[in-house]
Design a protein around this ligand. Structure first.
Ligand code: ZN
Length: 176
């Protein structure tokens, strides 16, 4: 079965910061009407929540939609949608292994932004931290905190989260 999930991953929260952020996030999501009660889910590990009145009334989610708060160190990728990145400076397409090697090195650390490796372009020499080098078709992320949406129009909710919880968030659309 094919599964489509939108993730909003916090790239910068340490494990300790994620501990307190996840509670504030849940409280805010409930207070603002984005989510309702907790429920069982078998598609993503985490705290699964039903859509709240705000999401349902605006037609952004259905009764069967899920929002899951993932409070655990994990890696996220685009799955079948992945395509090799192009250099942000010269547009040259990079060998995807360059990016995967950098992500593997990063995954071996504590995954915070300060530990991310750089990637450089063979054609023009442009060098950038790996999360900035990856374009919208080549995103991969590591994080201690993430929101996953299943069958839910993500844009309005993700924008509201980013506005109310400033940080280094990254959106990833995964198709597996
Ligand atoms: Zn380049």
């Amino acid at each position: 079965m094919s599964v489509h999930i939108w993730y909003l991953v916090d790239l910068s929260a340490s494990s300790a910061e994620a501990d307190s952020a996840v509670h504030r996030l849940q409280e805010w999501l409930v207070t603002t009407g984005w989510v309702g009660a907790e429920r069982e889910s078998d598609w993503v590990e985490g705290l699964c929540l039903t859509p709240g009145p705000r999401a349902l009334e605006r037609g952004l989610a259905k009764e069967t939609s899920n929002l899951t708060l993932i409070h655990d160190r994990d890696g996220y990728s685009m799955g079948e949608n992945f395509a090799p990145p192009s250099c942000p400076a010269c547009g040259e397409t990079l060998d995807e292994d360059i990016l995967f090697d950098a992500y593997s090195d990063w995954a071996a650390t504590d995954w915070t932004l300060g530990t991310q490796p750089s990637v450089s372009c063979d054609a023009c020499g442009e060098e950038k931290p790996v999360v900035d080098f990856a374009d919208e078709h080549s995103r991969v992320a590591h994080g201690n905190l993430a929101i996953a949406l299943y069958a839910w129009d993500h844009e309005e909710l993700f924008a509201a989260v980013e506005e109310n919880f400033p940080g280094h968030w990254r959106t990833i659309y995964s198709h597996t």
